[in-house]
Design a protein around this ligand. Structure first.
Ligand SMILES: [Zn+2]
Length: 214
């Protein structure tokens, strides 16, 4: 909807993302023609949708998916215990834990380092894709999916702790040392990018021009 259409139609209300205040002020168009106003209580910018939401989500999703390859292929940890030097990938670490009999720990590491990032990348791609090409498809389920990955995002730091756990469970001899591998940097970037992608996506786009029964 353009600014002119909004002014001509019924008054629209917007909720403040910062303080929660709902405002029914008249919306004004900014230089780009997008509806914008400021929260009368806290001054936060109020918008109908986040600017460039889908584009920014796609950028984060594609970058995360690309970096997920080196995150798994390259070692996340290098242990040196003279004279041996071992490189550990994420999947290799999970296999070592499993073979060692630490099944519970292997499951936690698998969920945090493999399942959760893949889930977030797939769900964000699905949300961005459906907003563009199938806006009326299963709106309620898509809204629930968004809430799911948003909730999972609160546990993103778990992914980083995984490597610390891996370090702690490897048995060291005298003069042993552990170093982060190049895969860890990619893995951390994947975590950050999926968090940014979730933040960039505007769930209000799911409901744009539609009802729950669509
Ligand atoms: Zn506010």
């Amino acid at each position: 909807m353009s600014a002119a259409e909004a002014r001509a139609g019924a008054p629209r209300v917007l909720g403040c993302e910062s303080c929660g205040l709902v405002s029914a002020n008249v919306l004004a168009g900014d230089a780009s023609g997008e509806l914008v106003q400021h929260c009368p209580r806290c001054g936060h910018v109020l918008r109908e949708t986040k600017p460039m939401s889908v584009q920014r989500t796609w950028a984060c999703v594609i970058a995360a998916a690309v970096l997920y390859v080196p995150a798994n292929a390259l070692p996340v940890m290098i242990t040196v215990s003279a004279p041996d030097r071992e490189e550990h990938t994420l999947l290799g670490g999970i296999r070592e834990l499993w073979v060692d009999g630490s099944w519970g720990l292997a499951a936690i590491v698998f969920i945090a380092s493999i399942a959760v990032p893949v889930l977030k990348i797939c769900v964000l791609a699905l949300l961005a894709w459906t907003v563009q090409l199938a806006p009326g498809w299963r709106r309620l389920e898509r809204a629930k999916l968004y809430r799911l990955i948003e909730a999972v995002g609160h546990w993103s730091m778990l992914d980083v702790y995984v490597v610390v756990l891996l370090a702690a469970t490897i048995r060291f001899g005298p003069l042993a040392s552990v170093r982060p591998g190049p895969g860890l940097l990619s893995f951390a970037a994947v975590v950050v990018l999926t968090m940014l992608g979730t933040h960039s996506f505007d769930p209000r786009l799911i409901w744009k021009d539609g009802r729950r029964t669509d």
